[in-house]
Design a protein around this ligand. Structure first.
Ligand SMILES: C[S@@+](CC[C@H](N)C(=O)[O-])C[C@H]1O[C@@H](n2cnc3c(N)ncnc32)[C@H](O)[C@@H]1O
Length: 289
């Protein structure tokens, strides 16, 4: 009898990563960049990792089959699923807290002075992920206006391209760990503990935020100018020219004296913008020189 050879463990055809060919990678990256601004050039492994399971579940064995389906679909369903998979949605309550302090201590008192006649504030959380930024802002406004709140229209527009995060945002339900940075007084005032141990933003604050699907690469059409726009930790995924075009679009939809917030890890090239730098990651349209 010859040597005993252990037979190799057969690898089922449905396991392991499905890899992108160079052509498939280029096609997918160009599509996402052109339509949504997101630059996935360095994210080949991320794409394969996030999409392999979905391809397998659908019985697909390579990315070309998937791309054929994606480009033929006119319902918008395929691209929704793609964006749900490929966007990075990290966000948390009270993120970059000095921004909320500046809003409360400098911007809101100023807006109260200038908007006393119409009592209509217009704030946009652009790239809102699961709503943490917009809800934190709504809490700041609620606290600031106190009993005068009902005299003002302070509803916030919050938008994203990922339907998955928008659905989560509308429900306003978060695991306990996600609200750890909320001061205890606010937790009691603005959140409801659910039987499953998760927390839901109270109805009053949820009603203050209007969630919409808006692709920041599309032309903007808003009836009235904004007073404040947050677009924090969104443009990090865009390349320089895309970012510059978007910053200019934000400039155009802000009212004179309006404020623009970006993430602290981001910057705007001051030679290529009409915004006035106020302090780290805060800019103003016009205002005092
Ligand atoms: C990292 S999250 C930032 C969330 C929040 N602004 C913050 O700072 O915590 C970035 C969000 O931008 C969204 N996004 C990326 N590209 C977008 C686009 N073209 N239009 C609208 N939203 C976009 C993503 O879906 C994601 O939810």
């Amino acid at each position: 009898m010859g040597p005993f050879i252990i037979p190799p463990v057969p690898v089922p055809p449905s396991s392991g990563m499905i890899h992108l060919t160079d052509k498939e990678f280029t096609t997918l990256v160009s599509f996402v960049k052109q339509k949504y601004g997101i630059n996935l050039q360095q994210k080949r492994v991320l794409i394969e990792g996030r999409m392999t399971n979905m391809l397998r579940e659908r019985g697909l064995t390579n990315f070309q089959q998937y791309l054929d389906i994606l480009f033929k679909d006119s319902s918008g369903k395929e691209v929704t699923t793609l964006l749900n998979k490929l966007t990075t949605n990290l966000s948390y309550f009270m993120r970059e807290p000095d921004h909320y302090q500046y809003l409360r201590d400098s911007i809101l008192p100023q807006l109260v002075r200038t908007h006393g006649h119409n009592r209509d504030l217009r704030i946009w959380s652009a790239g809102c992920s699961a709503g943490q930024e917009a809800y934190t802002t709504a809490m700041v406004l609620d606290e600031f206006f106190g009993p005068q709140k009902h005299l003002w229209d302070t509803r916030i527009l919050a938008s994203d391209i990922s339907m998955r995060v928008l659905e989560k945002a509308k429900q306003g339900i978060y695991p306990a760990d996600d609200i750890r940075d909320i001061p205890p007084a606010w937790r009691n005032k603005y959140f409801k503990l659910l039987p499953n141990g998760q927390y839901q933003v109270c109805e009053k604050i949820r009603n203050e935020v209007i969630f919409r699907s808006i692709n920041l690469m599309d032309a903007f059409s808003f009836r009235k100018p904004f007073d404040v726009i947050f677009c924090r930790n969104v443009m990090i995924y865009f390349d320089g020219p895309t970012k510059e075009r978007l910053v200019e679009k934000f400039y155009q939809v802000l009212g004179e004296g309006g404020y623009f917030f970006i993430g602290h890890s981001e910057s705007i090239n001051r030679d290529h913008t009409r915004f006035r730098y106020i302090k780290p990651a805060i800019y103003q349209k016009g205002g005092r020189a």
